[in-house]
Design a protein around this ligand. Structure first.
Ligand code: COA
Length: 264
């Protein structure tokens, strides 16, 4: 696999011992994921599915945060009509997650905001730092959940907890994530990557046909894709609302949003 020459740094990709390592590498922006980064991620996942030499995918992140979620500058560009929805790389990335058949392993530390948490619904093994912080503050941004998380998160952790995460922006820490079934194990931060790597390497030794058949039986890719499409339409429409304009402006101006005068 070769790295993309236009953005070699923000997504790092290496293939080692039948494990495709994908690293979010934009630590100065808390690994906020831009359109270009989504495209690179999608390409890497598509290659992983197509290449018989790849037996497992391992995702980790440089720096103190896993990811601050979607780059809010890109959301603002869509909201302002400067970036067409069809060109949002997240759609292709989400679609790759929905259709995934190879096993995915994640190593999570620090903040995992928005898609940083929702993408974990599509990972097969998740190792997380005890003090990691998962948040999905979609409603605070006047948006709706994505990555089929409006279905998969409540299914995993229950409606009440998922609603508090979506609507109040309530965070859960790594220990809780492991206790309620979002992660396999919470570990001290400096042990997370090694544990995830060992998991990915172990999966790479398993019979691929059986692994893939098991993953296919455990999740309904078609239903997941259909739910993502439904969410995507509402999400895109919401980006154009006055509510979202206020939320995105507030982030750019580093102040809390004021929704009190906006009627739905
Ligand atoms: N999109 C674009 N840039 C982002 C970003 C995002 N989602 N999250 C953080 N950044 C940038 C900040 O603008 C800042 O850039 P600057 O140094 O050029 O000013 C840099 O990353 C560091 O972030 P900062 O806010 O200074 O760090 P912090 O530790 O005080 O706070 C967060 C970290 C993640 C809590 C905060 O940045 C945040 O709330 N980000 C938005 C998260 C979000 O709503 N994501 C979308 C979910 S759907």
């Amino acid at each position: 696999l070769t790295e993309r020459s236009d953005m070699p740094d923000h997504i790092r990709i290496t293939l080692d011992d039948r494990v495709l390592h994908i690293t979010l590498n934009r630590p100065e922006k808390k690994n906020a994921i831009t359109n270009d980064m989504y495209e690179a991620l999608a390409e890497a996942l598509e290659r992983a599915e197509a290449d018989p030499a790849i037996r497992a995918v391992l995702l980790d992140a440089e720096g103190d945060a896993f990811t601050a979620g979607n780059d809010l500058g890109d959301f603002a560009a869509v909201a302002a009509g400067k970036l067409a929805r069809e060109h949002m790389g997240s759609t292709r990335f989400l679609s790759a997650l929905a259709r995934a058949q190879k096993p995915y392993v994640a190593a999570v530390q620090g903040l995992a905001v928005g898609i940083g948490t929702t993408m974990l619904m599509h990972f097969d093994l998740v190792y997380i730092a005890e003090d990691a912080k998962l948040t999905t503050p979609f409603v605070n941004l006047a948006l709706v959940p994505e990555a089929a998380s409006s279905w998969l998160l409540p299914a995993r952790i229950g409606h009440a907890r998922a609603f508090a995460m979506f609507a109040l922006g309530e965070a859960i820490d790594g220990r809780t994530a492991a206790a309620i079934g979002i992660a396999n194990e919470a570990l001290p931060k400096d042990q997370v990557y090694a544990k995830a790597l060992a998991g990915a390497k172990a999966l790479a030794t398993r019979p691929l046909g059986a692994l893939q058949a098991t993953k296919r039986l455990m999740r309904d890719a078609e239903a997941i894709q259909a739910h993502m499409t439904k969410e995507g339409e509402i999400f895109a429409a919401r980006l154009k609302t006055t509510e979202a304009a206020e939320a995105l402006r507030a982030f750019a101006e580093r102040r809390p949003p004021d929704f009190s005068k906006i009627e739905s």
